[in-house]
Design a protein around this ligand. Structure first.
Ligand code: NAP
Length: 457
């Protein structure tokens, strides 16, 4: 088959868009890129993960929109891999298929009581307040909970704690889903406690996110100075070259917080360190009433339980200990790591041999780490492998023509780029009178309806 080489990318988040843009910039050979997503909307975690009060991070979509205007680019939204189209059908039609589907579920704590009512994965809360249509119906007990525990010391834990603490006027100017604004504004939470299993020196959150906690309109930040007394090992590590500037600054910022007098704001965000939940405790109705925490010590950089325990009363728990990938039909998966089995972005079978024409990028390739920009280099590394294979004649050899016929037959509500533009316009128009960037459509039917401005090409 002559003409440009055809690549299907599954997952229209940052990694998918970066890979698309990189492929379209190649002059020889030329590529045509079809970018698919299960949702009718593009941008992946930029739309469904980035906190709504961080609009600057979302500006990256402007670059993605430029890619979408390329004459050799098409977007096919509302297409489910493994249901609407199989991996085999893609391989019949493309020289290469690149999976950039992210890591859509949560890591488990593996402790008793984890699934009690009122104990939720942070991933679900994040998707809910961001209006992901699969999560819009969820309910979180924010009205009744007085104390909320957030387990984990990463930036997602910070997003979750901050979103609960935001004042109504801070939320009002964001694109937080309307259902979440209503619940958050009516919340009766008095304290959010962020629990780190290691110490302040080892926290995974970054400085700007930690600083924001000290600037909340309706919440005092509280840190017990005793929690900041570093053990010998942590102190030596923090002073060494090995420690990142971020770690050093985190400890400095926390020290400044510990020295603050609370201003008597209606809510508190409290940091606790060196504690691991070992059980979620429930009441007679099976609802969360407390966490059993074990005190930890740092040994060899790891958190090791000391056997000393305490109970922390709380009525709502968010487990924010990282994301995990889900296997995709027929695509080799490393169960232990929760990732597609791959070597530097080339999808591999169980023996480690690369599968011709199959690639992956982003979190489903390397795991859930880094900021959005990290995925640019990651996607480029995968694209470089794809280019090497193209030069060596090692891509897949498609036997069938264009995918569009198959899609129009199978997918009742296919949403192409013009369909997304129609959704986007509807959301922006609804947001404008309220001074918000958009009011998100959060129901599948509403998204399909708005996306109907998308006739098949
Ligand atoms: P993360 O940064 O990997 O943090 C996970 C946290 O969970 C760590 O503090 C980890 O502690 C803790 N943890 C893991 N297993 C645990 C267990 N069994 N018990 C208690 N604690 C446990 O993951 P994330 O917060 O999900 O964020 C994912 C990525 O997205 C990160 O790279 C993050 O920076 C990025 N992100 C960035 C932003 C932003 O730029 N504003 C916002 C959100 C997310 P240990 O360190 O001890 O393992």
């Amino acid at each position: 088959m002559s003409g440009p080489l055809r690549v299907a990318i599954f997952g229209a988040g940052p990694s998918g868009f970066y890979a698309a843009s990189q492929l379209l910039k190649v002059a020889e050979p030329e590529f045509e890129v079809d970018l698919f997503d299960r949702l009718p909307t593009p941008y992946g975690l930029v739309r469904a993960g980035v906190a709504p009060d961080h609009p600057n991070i979302k500006v990256v979509t402007k670059a993605f929109d430029k890619t979408a205007k390329h004459e050799r680019f098409r977007f096919f939204g509302h297409v489910c891999l493994g249901e609407d189209v199989s991996r085999e059908e893609l391989l019949e039609r493309y020289h290469a298929v690149l999976y950039a589907v992210g890591t859509s579920t949560d890591r488990r704590m593996g402790i008793p009581g984890e699934d009690l009512k009122g104990s939720h994965p942070a991933t679900e809360f994040v998707s809910w307040y961001n209006g992901h249509p699969d999560f819009a119906e969820l309910e979180f007990e924010l009205q009744t909970a007085k104390r909320v525990a957030v387990i984990g010391n990463g930036n997602v834990a910070m997003d979750v704690a901050r979103m609960i603490a935001l004042a109504p006027d801070e939320l009002a100017v964001t694109d937080t889903a309307d259902h979440a604004i209503d619940v958050l504004n009516a919340a009766g939470v008095e304290e959010v406690v962020i629990l780190g299993r290691r110490g302040p020196a080892q926290a995974a959150f970054t400085n700007p996110e930690l600083r924001e906690m000290g600037e909340l309109e309706r919440a005092d930040v509280v840190v017990d100075p005793a929690d900041l007394e570093l053990d010998e090992e942590s102190a030596a590590w923090l002073a060494s070259e090995e420690a990142h500037r971020t770690n050093k600054l985190n400890v400095e910022i926390l020290r400044e917080y510990a020295a603050r007098e609370p201003e008597g704001k209606p809510m508190r965000v409290r940091f606790r360190f060196l504690v691991s939940p070992v059980e979620v405790l429930g009441d007679d109705d099976g609802r969360v009433r407390a966490l059993k925490l074990e005190r930890n010590a740092i040994q060899g950089g790891r958190a090791v339980g000391t056997g000393e325990t305490e109970e922390l009363d709380c009525q709502l728990v968010f487990r924010s200990i990282g994301y995990r990938g889900l296997p995709l039909a027929g695509i080799p998966f490393d169960d232990q790591r929760g990732l597609i089995r791959n070597e530097g972005g080339r999808v591999c079978d169980a023996s480690g041999a690369p599968l011709p024409g199959e690639y992956c990028a982003g979190w489903i390739k390397r795991g859930p780490s880094g900021v959005i920009g990290t995925n640019k280099k990651d996607a480029q590394d995968t694209v470089d492998k794809l280019l090497e294979d193209a030069a060596a004649g090692k891509l897949n050899a498609p036997t069938k023509d264009d995918v569009l016929e198959l899609l129009t037959e199978r997918v009742e509500h296919l949403v192409e780029w013009t369909g997304w533009e129609a959704i986007d316009a509807a959301e922006r128009a609804a947001g404008e009178p309220q001074g918000r960037p958009r009011v998100k459509l959060v129901e599948w039917d509403a998204l399909r309806e708005a996306g109907r401005g998308a006739p098949a090409a």
